[in-house]
Design a protein around this ligand. Sequence first.
Ligand code: MLT
Length: 327
Amino acid sequence: MKKLFTLALTAAVSVGAFAQAYPTKPITFVVPFAAGGPTDLVARQLAESMRKHIPNSNIVVENAAGAGGTIGATKVARAAPDGHTLLVWHIGMAATTGLYRKLQYKPLEDFEYLGMINDVPMTLLGSTKLNANTYRDFENYIRANAGKLNLAHAGLGSASHLCGLMWQSAVKLDKSMTTIPFGGTAPAMNALIGGQVDVMCDQTTNTTSQIEGGRVKAFAVTTAKPLSGHKLLKDYPSLQEMGLKGFNLTIWHGLYAPKGTPAAINKTLNDALQKALKDPDFIKKQEALGAIVVNDKRVTPQGHKDFVAAEITKLKGVIEAAGQFAD
Ligand code: MLT
């Protein structure tokens, strides 16, 4: 009995000591898309805030783009479960589950869920060369010219791909546009501004400044209702208002660690995340870009996991309906 007690005490002390010693080196936020894009922006703003809530911590961002985000996710699923390599990812965690039938990891088994970060509406955009200024013009123009136009996205299973897929199937285009993949919507946005691509659907966190600057045209938002609270985006209709019944797409971001990361470290990270989500500076920066910082049960690891499980089921249906698979 005494031996058992000593063992338990040693274990408790080592876990405590382990958590107290954490972190022992910079923490890396892996972003599975190119630098400068919406997911990169969320990760960098979150790093800035979470640093304040983990003593002696330094958080760096590493971009590991490709395959709609699954390359970066695989990297973290296989990383050492010591709390120093984390993943900041979005709805792709759910969408790629339906699209890629040969994923290198199991989304609900190979990660520790550390809590959700934000919800981000999307905007339907066109290059300034497009001969359309309202959503109606835009839809009619695409209907008439789809075979000659292209749609940019950040890889199969990315948010921009999912939105393009959902919009084209919602408006029942006779012919789909040619899709052009990029390593993220940052490089895709440069191509849209340059007129090399015609259409893109992207997160407001990446589009607001380009719309404001007149460098791209915006036609609608993907949320169920218009964004009446946003100073710029309030002027754009929701796709539902434009007749696309039930169209409602918001991109959510979450934080993940490799499966097997010690519970004490996961708690340290979730505590720091929850403090960051209440940080007025972080909230202000996010809201300025049209993002809504999560403040419901999804900030808890279990709430986060339950939500993603439900999204996986929901999006599987959307993807099967569109009948497009990545492999
Ligand atoms: C990005 O950060 O580039 C985006 O989140 C990509 C996407 O999923 O559309």
